[in-house]
Design a protein. Sequence first.
Length: 384
Amino acid sequence: MKRKKRIYLDNAATTPIDSRVLSVMEKTAREIYGNPSSLHKEGILARNVLTDSRKNIADILHANPDEVVFTSGGTEANNLALFGSVSKPVGSHIVVSTIEHPSVLECVKELEYRGAEVSYIAPDEKGITSPRAVKDALQKNTVLVSVMYANNEIGTIQPLSEIAKTIRVFRGDKIFPVFHTDACQATNYLEMNVLRLGVDLMTFNSSKIYGPKGIGALYVKRGTKLSEQVFGGGQERGIRSGTENVAMVKGFSEAMRSTLKMKEKETIRLAKLRDYFISSVLKTIPGSILNGDSVKRLPNNANISFPEKDGEEMVIALDARGIAVSTGSACANIARDGKVSHVMNALGALKPRAVGAVRFTLGRETKKEDLDYVLNALRDIMKR
């Protein structure tokens, strides 16, 4: 089973940068080097690129340009959303799903340590968070609800619009609770119209959409109160100080534009490949189990458990055969130290199923012959 070209099926962790995006970034970095806060010509040129890029992204979101705040990535955007919303933890109540990305859950744990009250909402066995469960958890002192758009491990898509409606009805004419969603995994494939989604805060980043790493953004709906977390020169509406990386922002904008252009066709193409791969694995490998809902999932996500195997050992065995996959969140892998995924725990999966979970996330370069090679590799590994 020798193969020269590696097969990359870990696009949920990060995507390779698009060559067109890289070209735009290189040109911008070479020609636009001024500080966008400066008053001279070089500064004005940089500010114009920043302004145009912000407007391009805002248009895709159906938002206003001043509602887009640039950050260093999804993690910082989530931190800004949570700590910025809950500036006074004592006496505040937070509602959060138990399958959030670590950059949300760790913030919540810290806020809880500082005195906030937290209601953790578990999903159903398919990984879907119920709007009813959110409604039942809301209290008079609830200031924030955070439910991710699509899960980074099992790919399940959450009913954001329904949850948003529940929160709006509860909120009435008040400003709290604020509704935040982590949409980093969703941007490539799902609706990003913030008006239809009904969110107040939305995190998204570049590294998941074939753009540069180290740049992301937080949508902040007008009227949403958010306290500053990074102090300095007052950039990004005073919410996130620091000189903006103009070339990275330009690359981010180009990646968003490219993603929007190919979203519909790529979603259809990948969903077919995903379904082919899942059905082939379940049919040919005894005991294999699909994790997450079979329909309400991202078109590129196939999270499958092999209860007779250890997931990390499977990752290593596949890597030796030229295939890159993962057991779950790359961020969680750093801190997990052998512990079972919190997402699998939230689904109520027994330990063999949880330990044996492997995440395959397809991308723009994935072809059917690649998946056939992976299927053969899996069959070979399972025999050993």
